[in-house]
Design a protein around this ligand. Sequence first.
Ligand SMILES: *Cc1c(COP(=O)(O)O)cnc(C)c1O
Length: 423
Amino acid sequence: MSDQRLAPATLAAQGLGLVEPVTKGIVQPIHVSTTFERDADNEYSAGRCYSRADNPTFDQVEATLAALEQGTDALVFASGMAAATACFQALDPGDHVIAPTVMYWALRNWLMTFASRWGLQVSLVDTTNLDELRAAIRPGTTKLIWLETPANPLWHVTDIAAAADIAHYAGAKLVVDSTVAATVFTQPLTLGADLVMHAATKYLNGHSDLVAGVLIAGPTLCAAGHLLSVDRTPTSGQPARCADVGVRPTDLFARLASEPDGYWKRIRTIRSQIGGVLGSFEAWLLMRGLRTLHPRVCWAAASAQCLAAQLAEHPAIAEVLYPGLPCFAGHEVACRQMRGGFGAMLSIRVKGGELAAIATAAKVQLWKRATSLGGVESLLEHRASIEGPGSPCPPDLLRLSVGIEDGNDLFADLDQALRASAK
Ligand SMILES: *Cc1c(COP(=O)(O)O)cnc(C)c1O
């Protein structure tokens, strides 16, 4: 059965419908072997050599993620940061990159310190302002535009299709950190992005129990996808075995030859040479989490939409930042490029200022005071405390990651904390 006609929730729930051919297990095994035997004729007929390059446990999760983003190839990494930094490490010293002023704080920090010292020229601009984005282009030198949408922690929404036009006109690539859209609400590759990044630590795994990242390439980077399909038949004519699932050397060469500029190939090389590679058990856990992605994330987003509306009316709150609110600056663009919901991340600005915000965080009982996002449990964080000096985050802001608990329980807990700290 072709996987093209199936809905994303179906593809995720069944992990592309894969059945392990030897035992007929409907869950794939964890491959722990770090090394693979060479044939007597010196070939690797199973297509594997050493698991710092790739591991059979990655195949199903990479193929599923590529399918969910409508990409042609995917690579899992040891963390979201390992995936994100590989996109910049694949550039040359002297290249210019543009990134948003409001973005995931640790990556912004890395760009301004490490990447700059290694010779990348970095401009931070308000990417929601397309004139500002266009003006930041340095013709011939700008090689990459990085977007994050919706962006931490103010949930700025950038027009991906317009940014793709600007990037491509300048001969640059567009990469989108789509962690918050979680593959479910936006598919950046279909809007013209070249590459999508996710901190899989967050929604894709969804249970706050592993650190992982993923990059998904679109057809502009990798035309001939090797992706695992449900009815893939082994080229040998032999019954399919576990080893038949994934990249064979011939597939790899076909794919690399089809790459226009080798950018994706360099990223793959960075993963295997620098070694930011995911462990087998983590890759398996990620696939397990991914199977429930749609119900988790759609439930949480519906709850976030209700909470945002309730909190917008709250006497102790000055402002709610959430792309799903009609009064939010990015709402119109969000309506164009998000479908089925606006995500489950929002921020509130507490009327009483910084101390009242910190006091509110201190008084919640159900919400957990913790960094990170995208798990089934709701988290709340005074973001300015973790970002420190230079952060664009207002000091009266609390960031909320809405989980899958009952929405009334979540509201009641916030309400009592807000009221108690407004006194
Ligand atoms: C968490 C996060 C990252 C970094 O991912 P790690 O897995 O923690 O390295 C990058 N971007 C966004 C939007 C994130 O939320």
